[in-house]
Structure formats: structure tokens, C-alpha cells
Design a protein around this ligand. Sequence first.
Ligand code: NAD
Length: 315
Amino acid sequence: KLPYTVAFADELHADGIALARRLFQRVLLHTDPDYRDWIEEADGICNRAKVIPTADLKASKRLRVLSKQGVGVDTVDLKACREKGITVCNTPGINAEAVAELSLGLALSLSRRISELDRRARAGEVNVATTVMGHSLFGKTIGIVGMGNIGRQTAEKFKNACSCSVIAYDPYAPQEAWTASGKGGALPHTRVNTIEEMLGEVDILSLHLPLTPSTKGLVGRAMFDKMKKGAILLNASRGGIVDEQALYEALKSRTIYGAALDALETEPPTKEAYGTNLYTLPNVLITPHIGAATHEIQALSARVVVEQLSLLLTG
Ligand code: NAD
């Protein structure tokens, strides 16, 4: 076994933990009574979404690698890691299919009012719901902000499953991001130079960009005002990118048709939040950050987190 101590700061799939136990001399789980030993002993940390306090990072004695499951590193104090010489790695791309699938599911559920009508049918409120209508996705236009791994897969899913046209904005994406593949041939997606350019065209606006100081609150009132009345917003990226108060007002006033959110500014939401704002609106669908929450993806990415950690510690 490799002569290292590895700590799991968060819940990771059992396959990853089993691999770590095969590879490393000591494995500490965040649920172990002696977990805090990591500060003295851990050479590596496996993490998912836990915020490791800066003070703990600074106090760590041996930590060299922080291997994080998922894409976003906004939960990691990169500056503190840099100062301590701790290498940070993540698992980009692995969850792209799963998040894209969820985005399609959210759009279908919201447009066809699936979860709303499931609730109402169970309550005996609706029977044969011929009077309750949703909207078809077929042939609609989706606008994608951020054509990275997830944005590109999402474009493909909507195009192939529902014959949607794709308009996309990403000032940094490489050329290949704009060429659609799969069923329907290699028609390029329409590329725009500003988000505003596409707002009046799209029926679905789907966000797939990172949360950074410059994208915080990016999608707000000015954008909602320019969108179609029947448009929906999908956010399976990061909560802070959407101005939630402005979204609430846009939904309440029916400036846009609905929103499906897998990411919120405050996660998990506070108990009080359930009675307020977005949670009270019928045209909102909220899922608790489940974009990558499939058995397949969790098992695979937990193994990759451990493999990367081992490579970086030994290499
Ligand atoms: P990625 O790095 O592959 O792609 C992000 C893309 O956003 C890049 O192409 C980049 O050029 C682009 N971008 C950056 N700033 C932009 C801006 N201001 N305007 C437009 N585009 C911009 O990342 P990814 O794997 O595709 O992930 C996308 C987002 O999804 C991230 O925010 C990530 O944190 C989030 N995510 C959510 C879940 C979930 O469970 N809901 C799971 C994984 C990732």
C-alpha cells in the first residue's frame, strides 16, 4: 500500500472509498471519530462539495493534494491552497451527460407541468386533465450560455430528442463547440456575441457557465425583460449566477413562463426559505443540486477522484 493518509471530507460513493482502502495505508472518513487527525496526518483529501475551512487548510501539516469530485471549484479556497503548495484537481467532463440529461428532464417537466400535475393528481385535484395544458418542446429554440462540457451535451440532447434549434453564447469556447454531432448531421449551432442577442429568440434559456465574480448575478431583470413571455429559464449550473429576487418578480408577473432550478444561491436552502419567494410559485421547479446524482456517475467520479489523488501523490 502507498504510505499515505487520505481523508474523505465529504460523502463519496462507496466504490471510491473501497479503492482508497486498497491503495493507501490510512483512510479517514469525515464520519470517523478521529477524522480531525487529518490536519496533522493527511497527505491528500478527497472532497465533493464540502467547504474546507481556510484555517484548517492553513493548519494542515502534510496536505499536498485536494482531489475534488465535480467541476466547480468555487467551494475551494484556491488562494490558501496555492499559498500552502496544495495541488487542487477536479473531474471535469465526467458528469456532463448526467447534467445534460437532467436539464432536458427539467425542461420537459416544467413545460409539460409533470411534477405539478403529479402533485395535483395525487391530491385528487385533477383527473383527466384536458383543461390543463402545458407546452411542447418539439421544434423550440434553446439558448445556451456556456458551451463547455455540459453546455455542448445539453445542446445535443435538445436537438436530438426534441428537434430544437440551438443558439449559444460563450466567448471562450473553442471552434469545435459550435459543430453539432449525432443525429441530424453536423449543422453548426448559431453562435452569438452577446447573451442579449438571443434573448428575444429563445424559448428555453439554459445556463452552463461557472460562477465567478463576473458571472455573479449575471442573469437578472434586464435579461428577463427581453425574453419571450412563454420562455423558461433552466439553471443547472450555479445559483449565484441568477439574481433570485429578480427571477421571483419575473415569474410572479409572468414576464417569463417558468424556471427550473437545480442550483440555488443558498444550498441547502434554509427552513424559512421554503415558505418564501421562489418556493411559493407554481411555475418554479426546484431540485436539490442533483445534476450529477446518478449511481453510475457518482461511482465513476469517486474512483477518478481517488485515482487522480494517487497519481499526484506518487508522481
Ligand atoms: P466547463 O468548464 O466545461 O464549461 C464552462 C463553459 O462556460 C466554458 O466553455 C467557458 O468558456 C464558459 N464561460 C465562462 N464564463 C462565461 C461567460 N461569462 N459567459 C458565457 N460562457 C462562459 O464546465 P461544465 O462542466 O460544462 O460545467 C458548467 C457549469 O455547471 C459549472 O457552473 C458547474 O459548476 C456546473 N455544474 C453543475 C452540476 C449540477 O449538479 N447541477 C454538476 C456539474 C457542474
